[in-house]
Design a binder for this molecule. Structure first.
Ligand code: SPD
Length: 304
């Protein structure tokens, strides 16, 4: 499984929450490549789970790293959050009850809550510091989610939450975890995906971030294969998150009753598309079709 690389950060001032005096380069380093932004660290602390870093970048505004890996930034978070949410929320038979595992910056919940059909959203994030600092430093990412009466936050273990949830209790399950190292490692294994399938209602849709088809190709392929084995089918969708390693990213979808996520419901799509920067039904179709030839070959078996 992937291990995050070393991160080079500009020197911090004495207190971990005092801004560093001068800007520099902040890099995620992996496998001989640096993925960096010019900026400065404004807060950094070791939580019980991981190193949490908030930066201010020149190009993308404030951003978040976990254990030295890029997670999100104010002026490019839409690439990621619109992509993981709308294919699922525009295709599940119902969207009344949604579960988001991870997602502590609030961006995934914010996009889900734009769907009027959502009545109850549980978000289970393991790291309270990620939530606290996202609310404090990155308020535009969660937007109104934190005070939305439909939103229910639990700071706790999403894997245990899925294992303990009642069978067929959610319409949509979205896994917005970090990379498969540290606290998120268990979000990439078969036992967890089986629980996600178990707690979905008939007509329910599952979505997860599935890493980079370039920088983390084998992790990506293995993730899609396991989800295919658990659900009988699954489809990766390809897009870009410019700050992530290689900039090329993927999200993988599966559903209880077949590949319904490939085609968004027209009226649900119409209700959200005007507020999107990246996602649209047309973009989504292209993004599912944009599977690289070598990955399609590696995945082998056709969907059931
Ligand atoms: N390498 C980055 C993978 C991060 C996936 N989650 C991002 C959190 C955005 N809500």
């Amino acid at each position: 499984m992937r291990k995050c690389g070393e991160t080079i950060l500009p020197a911090m001032a004495e207190s971990s929450t005092t801004p560093a005096p001068s800007p520099g380069w902040i890099d995620e380093i992996f496998d001989g490549v640096r993925y960096g932004l010019a900026g400065r660290v404004i807060a950094e602390e070791q939580s019980p789970f991981q190193r949490v870093t908030i930066i201010e970048s020149e190009r993308y505004g404030k951003g978040l790293l976990l254990d030295g890996c890029w997670m999100t930034a104010e002026r490019q978070e839409r690439h990621y959050h619109e992509s993981i949410v709308h294919p699922a929320l525009c295709s599940a038979a119902s969207v009344e009850r949604v579960l988001v595992i991870g997602g502590g910056d609030g961006g995934t919940a914010r996009e889900c809550l734009r769907h009027a059909g959502v009545q109850h959203l549980d978000m289970v994030e393991i790291d309270g510091l990620v939530v606290k600092w996202s609310q404090q430093h990155l308020p535009s990412i969660g937007g109104g989610c934190w005070s939305d009466p439909r939103f229910h936050l639990t700071v706790g273990d999403g894997i245990a939450w899925a294992a303990n949830a009642a069978e067929a209790s959610y319409d949509v399950v979205i896994v917005d975890g970090s990379d498969p190292a540290g606290p998120a490692e268990g979000l990439f294994n078969r036992a967890f995906f089986e629980q996600c399938r178990r707690i979905l209602k008939p007509g329910g849709v599952f979505a997860t971030q599935s890493e980079s088809p370039e920088a983390f190709r084998q992790v990506h392929i293995d993730t899609v294969k396991v989800i295919r084995e658990v659900f009988g089918h699954a489809d990766p969708m390809y897009g870009w998150v410019p700050m992530y390693p290689s900039g090329w990213w993927s999200w993988t979808f599966a559903a209880i009753d077949g590949r319904r996520y490939l085609e968004p419901d027209a009226s649900r799509a119409a209700a959200v598309v005007d507020g999107c920067e990246i996602w649209s039904p047309r973009w989504q179709r292209g993004a599912f079709d944009a599977i690289p030839a070598a990955i399609e070959r590696s995945l082998g078996a056709l969907n059931a």
